[in-house]
Design a protein around this ligand. Structure first.
Ligand code: SF4
Length: 362
């Protein structure tokens, strides 16, 4: 019997080979990515808030558990946005696992609410990534509905599926709901079973994002080569201001992620080479600092020894002058700051407005 999770169904239903490839990477000790850690932390916060706990003072705290990140104010704000929209008779982190003879699908729904009067099952899912996800044919939520019906024996006469995605590009935090009358739960179950018993194959696409096998997958490698050629094309003049601002933020984040990835790879390669392993095409070269005089050879000694005046006179920096006791006012009157150019920076409109009205910023 194949064991899947509801969360991996979106990928598995398109790329059935991903299941086996990801297991191979996991057994080799794959690491948890930043966005995944942030998503887990957001879910932890939302559950705590839904259950009535105080989350306001948790900024900077890393919740207990594996693969969680430090809480940010933004996560707390998003948790309030999410939880205040949920019906309080609903259930969070609800067990929805189900199984047949060929497959076991483990799952926990972020949020579910069953309205007995109408037989309507509301399933909400929170996504903390940057790309927009549609609730339409969203396999994890479809699986939650299958699991709910199997576990409770209740008839789902209407499925109401919606996704909360506060960081996704463009549009509202909440998706439009996907409403299905008399959802064909048995047919959906059969589709999953058919995919399980079919010959595994890999297919690249948006679902490759966060696939643990991405680093070694040949199918994705081919697609990345194609995408690299496309990215090298010039940017478009027709971009709106909103698109431009979004891409600036996105590329800034990507730059940091790529930088972190590169540093981790360099560290790993260095470690391997030092321990005698081969990293094709790479080796360690000795790095030298700038030249400096031998210890004990100061300016006066060198001048006397070499017959050339090698001493240097100068003035200390304004900061050093302040450290030596000159008042800040005096230093301010005798210093200037030359404009060296201009640099693009994000502007907080609230701070700018406060400056105009002379309000002091914290
Ligand atoms: S990286 Fe993409 S194509 Fe490769 S296994 Fe994962 S989902 Fe499939």
């Amino acid at each position: 019997m194949m064991r899947l999770t509801a969360d991996e169904l979106s990928r598995f239903m398109i790329c059935s080979g991903s299941h086996q490839l990801q297991r191979t990477v996991e057994s080799a000790g794959g690491e948890v990515g930043t966005v995944t850690m942030e998503g887990r932390t957001f879910h932890w916060l939302a559950e705590a808030l839904f259950k009535g706990h105080d989350i306001d003072s948790l900024v900077g705290v890393t919740p207990p558990g594996e693969g969680l990140a430090a809480v940010t104010q933004e996560m707390i704000d998003h948790a309030y946005e999410y939880v205040t929209m949920l019906h309080h008779d609903g259930m969070v982190e609800q067990e929805t696992s189900w199984q047949t003879e060929t497959v076991y699908v483990g799952g926990r729904a972020d949020y579910m609410w069953y309205e007995h009067a109408t037989g309507t099952l509301t399933v909400a899912d929170a996504k903390y990534g940057y790309r927009r996800v549609s609730p339409v044919m969203h396999w994890p939520m479809m699986s939650h509905a299958i699991g709910f019906a199997a576990r409770t024996g209740l008839a789902v006469k209407r499925l109401h599926a919606l996704i909360f995605q506060p960081r996704a590009y463009g549009g509202e935090m909440w998706s439009d709901p996907w409403v299905v009358d008399h959802p064909p739960l048995r047919s959906w179950q059969l589709m999953i079973e058919n995919q399980v018993t079919a010959q595994p194959e890999t297919r690249a696409g948006l679902h490759c994002v966060y696939c643990k096998a991405a680093a070694t997958c040949a199918t994705l490698g081919q697609s990345v080569a194609l995408a690299t050629d496309m990215v090298a094309e010039p940017y478009h003049e027709v971009m709106s201001g909103q698109e431009l601002a979004w891409q600036l933020k996105l590329t800034e984040r990507l730059e940091k992620l790529v930088d972190a990835r590169r540093k981790a790879l360099v560290e790993m390669a260095t470690h391997r080479i030092k321990s005698g392993q081969v990293v094709q095409g790479f080796g360690l070269k000795t790095q030298l600092a700038n030249r400096s005089w031998l210890p004990g050879y100061d300016g006066e000694l060198l001048t006397a020894a070499l017959g050339v005046d090698l001493t240097k006179k100068g003035v200390v920096t304004p900061a050093e002058a302040e450290r030596r006791g000159v008042s800040k006012e005096m230093v301010a009157a005798l210093t200037q700051r030359a404009v060296t150019g201009s640099k693009l920076a994000e502007i907080d409109p609230n701070v700018e407005v406060a400056k105009i009205f002379g309000e002091k910023q914290p």
